[in-house]
Write a protein that binds this ligand. Sequence first.
Ligand code: BGC
Length: 257
Amino acid sequence: MSGSGASSGQAFGIDIGGTGIKGAPVDTATGELVTERKRILTPQPATPEAVAKVVAEMVSEAGWTGLIGATFPAVIKHGVAQSAANVDESWVGTDADKVFSEAVGPGSEVIVLNDADAAGIAEARFGAAKGVDGVVIMLTFGTGIGSALLMDGVLVPNTELGHLELDGYDAESRAAASVRDEHGMSYKKWAKRVNDYMTHVERLFTPDLFVVGGGVSKNADKWVPLLELKTPVKPAQLLNDAGIVGAALAAVDRLGE
Ligand code: BGC
């Protein structure tokens, strides 16, 4: 299976996380995966070189040449990683676009963006925030807390709202989904923390809609109804595929004709 980038209406999306790297070609007009996604374990330590090798392997196994978008769980400014909250320190200052593009070889180009930003783009185009005007804030609850800020469907990248201060702590260390798992916390107790956090975000941005994603969004019925906010909250719709789809969309937006 091969693609020729924007002209074929397809791009390859890759979602890079702390434990797994998932990827598939995406039909960027419908947001659907063209083939089943592949998953490879994230190498440890997850240095830029080790991750680039896996990216290249995945792309070559799929027989893909053309546009490729990849997500990464850090601040990514014009392709360069600026932070490393839950990833290998050696990413800071790495030109991820360059490292990945060199690894996949000629005929392909890779653009890298923040993981929550990718999920936000996908939800705005095809999911819970489709057609919603005004300010939408997507929050992803996983190992950390990621955020995407969109205005009329246009992304303001790298907002990093997961690192706002909450009760004197880094918010993600209080309200990420991993904190619930580590402490065996009930949804009720965790939802209270999430509510405090989201109330803070709400005061700062007065959004028109919150979209909540990450692994816990598949159990949204257990905690979203417990939130007491003025802003409507919708669970993400693309679940596991949001990163892959958003990365592919970003590649076409950035590199396609
Ligand atoms: C990182 C963000 C990332 C989020 C979700 C945070 O710790 O700072 O860049 O989007 O985790 O992975």
